[in-house]
Design a protein around this ligand. Structure first.
Ligand code: ATP
Ligand code: MG
Ligand code: MG
Length: 352
């Protein structure tokens, strides 16, 4: 089949490569780590920097369609690709999805609810922003944050200058603390023809800013929020002329679903779809960017529960293998550093 180009070399790229292989497509991965999770399984690998426009153009010229598994990429090298390159989802989802200020402003403009937020570029602006949001508050770097990195939680206003130093002068935002009942995400795939399919929205549990557990279907207190969250997600995808898998994180609150952030790519809270849905998020992303018919997103059995293996937890992987109901996925990362996502385990749930 044609060659699929993937920019980024982590576990999301790895699982995209595996899904593409099942449909007969070889993948060419571009990134910094030839032996990273995706490079290990790719048919071709080009080692390069993400800001190297020439190298990215040469890579794209060797692929029939190009996608990315990481949104923290410089926009310019991708924006510079000519119209002969099919890049999905395009440049605009990347621009919007890589900046918290941009995505929250965009979503608020579409009528979605967000936590109160204000841009912060100096210690004075931080003080002003906290006058508005009050404490507790969360200060987040505008860009490059994931797994709770680049975030500081403020319980009181004492340590503002320390917080500002930790941010290293980066553009940031101050966000009001949301007293949520639960967290969930909307996972959808949009085809080149504009057709959208949703998976069951999983209930997500985070610890220390890192996803621990995703369960689909979500419990009743979340189900009531899903129709309006999906309506907003549909607007976002349509407005961005999105092609591929899009994930949007929400807080379930008494005021309704509050948009937290979007990921213009396959997402950790969708890993359960590999065994727990008729078509996985990875396969449907490949189908969408290749212009193929989208696959059924319905649940298998009673749904599924996915647990991340974080840091040293991966050392128990053989225990999980001994459990006949567990599907074990390891990402081929050599060093189990604290907080690092090393793999995940999925269990199907009984029909009730
Ligand atoms: P991800 O790995 O999902 O990309 P991230 O580093 O981009 O994470 P967020 O999703 O913004 O960070 O925040 C991580 C978690 O911190 C959230 O899932 C939620 O549990 C908590 N959190 C973030 N913002 C708020 C808020 N305004 N109020 C309350 N809790 C919050
Ligand atoms: Mg994030
Ligand atoms: Mg998040």
């Amino acid at each position: 089949g044609s060659m699929i180009g993937i920019i980024g070399c982590g576990q999301l790229g790895r699982m995209l490569v595996l899904a593409a292989a099942q449909l007969g497509y070889p993948c060419h991965v571009y990134g910094r780590e030839p032996l990273g999770p995706a490079g290990q399984v790719a048919a071709h690998f080009t080692e390069g920097e993400y800001d190297d426009a020439k190298a990215i153009a040469a890579f794209a010229a060797e692929c029939d369609v190009v996608t990315y598994e990481w949104e923290n990429l410089p926009v310019n090298p991708l924006a510079a690709l000519g119209p002969e390159v099919d890049l999905f989802p395009g440049v605009r989802p990347l621009e919007v999805g890589q900046s918290r200020l941009a995505e929250k402003t965009f979503v608020a403009g579409l009528g979605g609810l967000t936590a109160p937020f204000a841009p912060v570029r100096s210690e004075d602006e931080l003080t002003d922003a906290l006058d508005k949001s009050g404490v507790p508050a969360i200060i987040k770097s505008d860009r490059m944050g994931y797994d709770g990195k680049g975030q500081v939680r403020l319980q009181d206003r004492d340590d503002l200058s320390t917080v500002w130093q930790e941010l290293n002068g980066q553009q940031a935002l101050a966000e009001g603390f949301v007293e949520f009942d639960a967290e969930f995400s909307v996972l959808l795939v949009r085809g080149r023809d504009g057709a959208i399919r949703f998976w069951d929205a999983p209930h997500n549990v985070h610890e220390d800013g890192i996803l621990r557990l995703s369960t689909a279907p979500a419990p009743e207190n979340i189900q009531t929020h899903i129709p309006s969250a999906r309506a907003l997600a549909r607007k976002i995808a349509t407005e961005l002329d999105y092609v591929g898998v899009l994930a949007i994180e929400f807080f379930a609150t008494a005021e309704g679903p509050i948009f937290n952030e979007m990921a213009p790519r396959v997402h950790n809270s969708g890993h359960w779809t590999i065994e727990g849905a008729a078509t996985s998020q990875f396969e449907n992303h490949i189908r969408a960017i290749c212009g193929l018919p989208l696959g059924d997103t319905r649940l298998i059995e009673g749904g599924a529960e996915m647990r991340n293996l974080i840091g040293d937890e991966v050392k128990l992987w053989s225990d999980h293998l001994s459990d006949s109901g567990s599907h074990v996925h390891l990402y081929g990362k050599r060093q189990p550093r604290p907080g690092r996502k090393m793999g995940h385990v999925t269990r199907l749930l009984p029909i009730n």
